[in-house]
Design a protein around this ligand. Structure first.
Ligand SMILES: C[S@@+](CC[C@H](N)C(=O)[O-])C[C@H]1O[C@@H](n2cnc3c(N)ncnc32)[C@H](O)[C@@H]1O
Length: 222
């Protein structure tokens, strides 16, 4: 993702308005699919951005480490958590540099709206699977690669509805669910669930759906 110039992670009408819009749905999905209490669990939020999800899990007493390669994002995440007295550990590290330094494993790993920005997805997934404890859960959300996702996620999202800044996404980096499933399988990680996120323009609401054509979640366990 490009450097965030506007400094507006927590502005609900700013660059990340779509993430704010889907945040209630995302946190519910994570909590339901983790299936265990969040309290005291070691959680890694990879590419945490401004901490929209990290903070909610910390409020549930999870021990959250948010990492992001973008220093501006981490500064905003730290500032917001401090101002709201929320206890999250944030580090300005890419997944690669974190992986080199770290020797800890996690109960729950989140990689939300990040993989479609990563250059080598296979390497990233290998690292992520090595960071999982034996019974850990991994929750990914990303964008499928097909004509519908090109039209809706890229063309409508960026150029017509202005939901996200133009140039946020590169279509070729979108990922078909089976591409992730296969890479995880090679590392012994089993995919348990794949669900779509659906937008209803009439109610202006997002819901979980069986249609994974555009945005989707993938839940996997070691
Ligand atoms: C679209 S934002 C998603 C933020 C957050 N996960 C959320 O969903 O609210 C993608 C974030 O991933 C970060 N990112 C991309 N590649 C990364 C990498 N290899 N390591 C760490 N952070 C990365 C970007 O800096 C950006 O903050």
């Amino acid at each position: 993702m490009e450097k965030n110039k506007l400094n507006d992670w927590w502005n609900i009408n700013g660059n990340y308005k779509i993430l704010h819009k889907i945040n209630p749905l995302r946190i519910n999905f994570i909590i339901q699919n983790y299936e265990k209490p969040i309290k005291k669990k070691n959680i890694l939020d990879i590419g945490c951005g401004g901490g929209l999800i990290s903070e909610l899990l910390a409020k549930k007493k999870g021990l959250v480490l948010g990492i992001d390669e973008n220093i501006d994002n981490i500064k905003q995440a730290k500032k917001h958590a401090r101002e709201n007295s929320i206890n999250v550990n944030y580090k300005n590290l890419s997944l690669n540099s974190f992986y080199k330094k770290n020797n800890k494993k996690f109960d729950l790993i989140l990689c939300l709206e990040v993989l479609e920005h990563v250059d080598d997805v296979e390497k990233a997934l290998n690292k992520i699977s090595n960071l999982m404890k034996p019974d850990a859960t991994l929750i990914i959300s990303t964008i499928n690669r097909n004509l519908k996702s090109l039209v809706f996620a890229k063309i409508f999202g960026e150029y017509i509805l202005n939901w996200i800044p133009v140039g946020t996404h590169v279509f070729e980096k979108f990922l078909k669910p089976k591409e992730i499933v296969e890479k995880l399988k090679l590392k012994g990680i089993k995919t348990k669930k794949i669900k779509g996120m659906k937008f209803n323009p009439i109610s202006n609401k997002w819901t979980i759906s069986d249609n994974t054509n555009i945005n989707y979640f993938l839940v996997a366990k070691k």
